[in-house]
Design a protein around this ligand. Structure first.
Ligand code: NAD
Length: 274
């Protein structure tokens, strides 16, 4: 249902990684508000996801985009401008998490130790992808002197996380981007904010490969890990709902959040307070 209080109707919103999980739910929520949606995802399934959104085909666009590929980024921005003539909101949501130990003391040839490949993969998508997508989009926002950029971090970016040190470090860098870009872009009327989810409902991120790796790094079985999702010390005693993250994104993108700039909101049920 379109909420006049948020006033997001006809806003053009690019969401990277919106073929799945948190990004898809954010896109769904903006579509309900009557926004123009751009799904920028490496996964071609993003095309099919469009049919699930409110509004007609003239309000939805999928551009197959690898956020690590500069040509893809420029093509995605060009198609967005061609279809909608402007970009109002960018949600930097695409991200990956490969659980790995710094040192595996049990196995010198461990496949669960960080190496050049896994580290580069996370840095390329989670840091460089965010930077270069934002650079291309900010060029357009500067022309019209308005816009909102929302970086999807993780509460572990500040808290740290056992078996996820590189992932957490990439997410910590987004807190820093948010603070610096607020200083660079504020003068053009562009707000930059972050959102840091904690443990959320299941998304595409929670594959068996991910769970096996995370369980190994924590000396647990996959079943123990799964039981633990609900038992970790979250003061609210439950996982976060994807819609709760989407609601926060809609609020932060709206004029109601017009003086919120350069800061990152925790959405973790109190697991860590940022
Ligand atoms: N799920 C959680 O509990 C949780 C917690 C904290 C932070 N986050 C963050 O939220 C964001 C979304 O995660 P999710 O849980 O919804 O995962 P997900 O795997 O369901 O969604 C991630 C999306 O990113 C896309 N993607 C991956 N590599 C890409 C690339 N190179 N270019 C473009 N798109 C690419 C995938 O195709 C997928 O659609 C991530 O940045 C993640 O780090 C998630």
């Amino acid at each position: 249902m379109c909420d006049k209080w948020l006033d997001l109707e006809a806003k053009t919103v690019i969401i990277t990684g919106a073929a799945s999980g948190i990004g898809k739910e954010i896109a769904t929520a903006f579509a309900e508000q009557g926004s123009n949606i751009v799904v920028a995802d490496i996964n071609p399934d993003g095309q099919e996801v469009l049919s699930e959104f409110d509004g007609g085909a003239d309000k939805h666009l999928f551009v197959k985009t690898d956020v690590t590929n500069q040509e893809d980024i420029e093509e995605m921005v060009a198609q967005t401008i061609e279809k909608y003539g402007k970009i109002d909101v960018l949600i930097n949501n695409a991200g990956i998490n490969i659980p790995r130990l710094l040192v595996d003391s049990k196995d010198a040839k461990s496949k669960y130790e960080l190496n050049q490949k896994s580290v580069n993969f996370m840095i390329d998508i989670n840091i460089k992808g965010v930077l270069f997508v934002t650079q291309a989009v900010a060029r357009e926002m500067i022309k019209k002197e308005s816009g909102v950029i929302i970086n999807i971090d993780s509460e572990c970016g500040l808290e740290g996380s056992e078996g996820q040190s590189c992932y957490a470090a990439t997410k910590a860098s987004l807190y820093s981007f948010t603070r610096s870009w607020c200083k660079e872009l504020g003068k053009y009327g562009i707000r930059v904010v972050g959102m840091a989810p904690g443990i959320m409902e299941e998304t595409g991120l929670r594959t068996l490969e991910y769970e096996e790796a995370l369980a190994y790094t924590r000396g647990k079985t996959v079943n123990e890990l799964r039981t633990g999702y609900k038992n970790v010390s979250v003061p609210l005693g439950r996982e976060g709902k994807l819609r709760e993250a989407a609601n926060l994104a809609c609020f932060l993108a709206s004029k109601r959040a017009g003086y919120i700039h350069g800061t990152t909101y925790n959405i973790s049920g109190g697991k860590s307070r940022g």
